[in-house]
Design a protein around this ligand. Structure first.
Ligand code: ASP
Ligand code: MG
Length: 428
C-alpha cells in the first residue's frame, strides 16, 4: 500500500480535485489518501473561532457562511447534483453549535479544535463523493475514530500504540479494492474530544498512517516542484534538491522549511519508508526523494526563514547563574505554556530564547516574572538558518542592519534579525 497526501492548495478548486482524481486513477496501487482542508479554509475557520470565543456569535456564523459558500461554489464545478448533503451536514452541525453554545477565552484551544476540524471533514467528504461519482471505489474514514491523541488541544500527538490497533483493523476490514480517503491534521482523545495536530499537521498524519500500514512509500503532493533550497516566496534563485536523507530532512523541517512538517520524518524513519515530495501540477516530474541510504550531504547552502519570531531575554533578578541554577525551571514553564523554542543562547546570568510569536507568550512572561526573573522581549524578528553556509551566503545575510544574534557551527549558521518586510525577496 502507498500513502498519498494532498495539501490544501492541491484541492483549492474544482480543477484541483479533478487533478487529484487523475493522479489517483493513474497510480495503479492500493492507496490510503490523506487530504487537507481546501485552500485557505483553515485560516477562515480560525477567524470563526476568534469571533466565537470573543462572544461575537453573529460574526462567527457569518464567517462560517462565507466558508460554506466557497465550498458550495467549488462543488458546482464538480457535481451534477450540486452541493452534496453530507458536506452541508458538517456546516449545519457547526452552525447549530455556534448558535447555542458559549465559549470562554480559557477554552480557546478546545473550541479551536472543534471548529477548525470541520475543514478537513468537509474537504474529504467532497473528495470522496466526487471520486464515487467518477466511478471509483472509495471508503471515507473519520480518522478521529482511528487516530487517538493526547489531550494537548491544537498540538496533539497521536498515540501510536492504540492508533495502530484501530487503523490496522479498519483497513483489514475494508474492501481490498477500495481507495481510503481520510483527513489529515485531526484526531480525537480517548474520550472522543476532537483534537488537531498543529498547523500543517496533515503531513504528520500521513506519516503516521504510512508507519502503521507499513506503507511502501509516502508521497506528499504539493504546489511546489519538490524540496527547494529556499522558499521562493522569500528568495530568488532557488534550486530543487532531488535527494536527501532523513537526517537532513528532519533538520530542515525543524528549522522551519515549510515544505514538510517537522513531525513527519520520525514515523517514516522508524520503518525505513521513503518519502517523495512531488508537484501536484506536474505529476510526471520526479520531485524530491527522501530516504535512508543516501550518504553525503546536500551540496548547496539551504536557507530557511522563520518569520514572526520573538527574542526573549530572561535574567534571574537575584543574579543566580542561569544555566547552572535556573534552566530546568525556565524550560518547565516553556513546556507548560507550549512555547516553541527555536534557538537558545546563554551567558552567566542571561538566557536568550528565540521563539515563535504566539498568544501564550504573555502568560509565559507573567509566570517567569512571578518566579523572580526579569523578562525583556524583542518582537518582529525573523530567524534565518543557513545549513551548509559558505562565506558568500553568510556575508550576504549578516551584513544587513538589525542583526540581533548570530550563532555558527562549522556547517550551520543561524541569524536572528529584524523581520524583512512582506513581499520583499532576498537573494540566496
Ligand atoms: N489544514 C491544516 C492547515 O492548513 C492542516 C494542513 O494543511 O496540514 O494547517
Ligand atoms: Mg494546508
Amino acid at each position: 500500500m502507498k500513502v498519498f497526501k494532498f495539501g490544501g492548495a492541491s484541492v483549492r478548486s474544482a480543477d484541483g480535485v479533478r487533478n487529484l482524481k487523475n493522479i489517483l486513477s493513474g497510480s495503479g496501487e492500493r492507496l490510503f489518501v490523506v487530504v487537507s482542508a481546501m485552500g485557505k479554509t483553515t485560516n477562515a475557520l480560525e477567524a470563526v473561532v476568534s469571533a466565537f470565543v470573543a462572544g461575537e456569535r453573529k460574526t462567527a456564523i457569518e464567517q462560517l457562511g462565507r466558508s460554506e459558500e466557497y465550498h458550495r461554489e467549488l462543488c458546482c464545478g464538480l457535481f451534477t447534483k450540486g452541493f452534496p448533503d453530507e458536506a452541508r451536514h458538517w456546516f449545519d452541525k457547526l452552525r447549530g453549535m455556534l448558535s447555542i453554545e458559549t465559549a470562554k477565552e480559557v477554552e480557546y484551544d478546545y473550541w479551536y479544535d472543534r471548529i477548525v476540524s470541520i475543514g478537513e471533514l468537509v474537504s474529504t467528504t467532497i473528495v470522496a463523493r466526487y471520486l464515487e461519482q467518477e466511478g471509483m471505489n472509495v471508503t471515507w474514514l473519520d480518522i478521529r475514530k482511528n487516530f487517538i491523541t493526547d489531550n494537548r488541544h491544537r498540538d496533539a500527538n497521536i498515540r501510536l500504540d492504540i492508533s495502530t490497533k484501530l487503523l490496522s483493523k479498519a483497513i483489514r476490514e475494508g474492501n481490498p479494492e477500495t481507495v481510503f480517503i481520510t483527513q489529515g491534521f485531526i484526531g480525537a482523545t480517548a474520550d472522543g474530544q476532537t483534537t488537531t495536530l498543529g498547523r500543517e499537521g496533515s503531513d504528520y498524519s500521513a506519516a503516521v498512517a504510512a508507519n502503521i500500514l507499513n506503507a511502501e512509500s509516502l508521497t506528499i503532493w504539493k504546489d511546489v516542484d519538490g524540496i527547494l533550497n529556499a522558499d521562493p516566496k522569500f528568495f530568488t534563485g532557488t534550486r530543487l534538491i532531488p535527494e536527501m536523507n532523513y537526517l537532513d530532512a528532519i533538520e530542515l523541517a525543524y528549522s522551519g522549511a515549510q515544505v514538510i512538517h517537522p513531525k513527519t520524518i520520525k514515523p517514516l524513519q522508524n520503518k525505513n519508508i521513503p518519502l517523495f515530495v512531488r508537484p501536484f501540477g506536474n505529476p510526471g516530474a520526479v520531485g524530491s526523494r527522501i530516504f535512508p541510504e543516501k550518504e553525503g550531504r546536500i551540496d548547496t547552502p539551504v536557507l530557511i526563514l522563520k518569520k514572526n519570531q520573538v527574542l526573549i531575554s530572561v535574567r534571574p533578578r537575584d543574579f543566580s547563574f542561569v544555566v547552572e541554577d535556573k534552566l530546568p525551571e525556565i524550560f518547565e514553564l516553556a513546556r507548560i505554556h507550549n512555547i516553541k523554542i527555536n534557538l537558545i543562547q546563554s551567558s552567566a546570568v542571561n538566557l536568550s530564547l528565540c521563539v515563535d510569536n504566539c498568544r501564550r507568550l504573555e502568560r509565559f512572561g507573567t509566570e517567569l516574572r512571578k518566579q523572580g526573573f526579569r523578562v525583556v522581549y524583542n518582537e518582529r524578528l525573523e530567524l534565518l538558518t543557513i545549513r551548509g553556509y559558505d562565506e558568500r551566503s553568510l556575508a550576504r545575510h549578516t551584513s544587513t542592519d538589525g542583526i540581533f544574534l548570530v550563532q555558527k557551527t562549522r556547517r550551520n549558521a543561524r541569524i536572528v534579525r529584524a523581520e524583512t518586510p512582506d513581499g520583499f525577496c532576498l537573494e540566496i
